[in-house]
Design a protein around this ligand. Sequence first.
Ligand SMILES: Nc1nc2c(ncn2[C@@H]2O[C@H](COP(=O)(O)OP(=O)(O)OP(=O)(O)O)[C@@H](O)[C@H]2O)c(=O)[nH]1
Length: 296
Amino acid sequence: MSDKQIHARYDALLTAAADAVMVLEPTGLVMACSTGVAEWLDADAIVGRKLDDIFPEDISADIIAAAVKALDASKVIKVDIQLRPEHIPVLREQGLSETKWVELRCSAAEGEVLAVFRDITAKRRLERQVTNQAQRDPLTGAYNRRALRPVLEQAVAQAQRYDWVCSLMVIDVDNFSDLNDNFSWDCGDQVLQQLVTSVHSMKRTSDFLARYGDDQFVMFMPETNHDQGMAAGQRVRRIMEEMEIPYAAGDVHFTVSVGVAALHGPEDDPDNMLRRALENLFIAKQSGHNRVEGEA
Ligand SMILES: Nc1nc2c(ncn2[C@@H]2O[C@H](COP(=O)(O)OP(=O)(O)OP(=O)(O)O)[C@@H](O)[C@H]2O)c(=O)[nH]1
């Protein structure tokens, strides 16, 4: 096969490929470029420039490191790169209008490196969506019990290390099964959704709300001592008591009971805090509902 044929085949391959490809010198100089389907890359404006002139320092260093490794190890080196238009003016001018994730694969060829960029933005988005769904309660959008566990463990350990205070509350809808029975399951659903919306709008950004059971929610509150946790519990109780949910058969009212527990020093742990909060919730229910109980 002649050199001409080899070049023609190489050009045809690059023209047909969906991926963007750059031929790089190990110094970072772009010798050739084909854009594939990347509408945010202008080959003419890239060829002859150094990666440092195109990308910010950290990205260009990642690409050069992958290229050098591919040359040294004679194998394909893979690295994922995030391209943000606000950090890469050169690509923004060429049409990069939203954040993209690309998978870079480098392989060595006669002292040069072929750098293949594949757009994996859609795959990344899907992965994030799936992770998000796995951590959320589909009805209310609050975090679920599975998501709560690692947050509690990390936050309680951190509070213990730095001698900070923290508290949690368990919120439980009073006579929730009666709401379901007397109105409808749909009405019960609306109560749970409204509860979460209201608690979200009153809580601090750092507080963490999760659906813990059927009609039960746990809110972890960092940097909150017992008295502040009780005050937050009373706020939740009052807001729920005042809420009216419009329903076909008339406005629906409901109340909640709340159990609060604060961190008890270095020997305490999330399971014990939850157990105490649930005990206090039980006392609130036994004492007539629509109450907040904490530690004496
Ligand atoms: N609408 C609705 N109901 C649910 C959902 N998940 C569970 N339930 C129902 O919620 C009810 C929970 O009832 P219980 O745990 O007995 O609590 P309660 O009736 O509030 O009683 P107290 O806590 O003692 O006041 C059960 O009847 C479940 O079937 C849901 O997602 N939506």
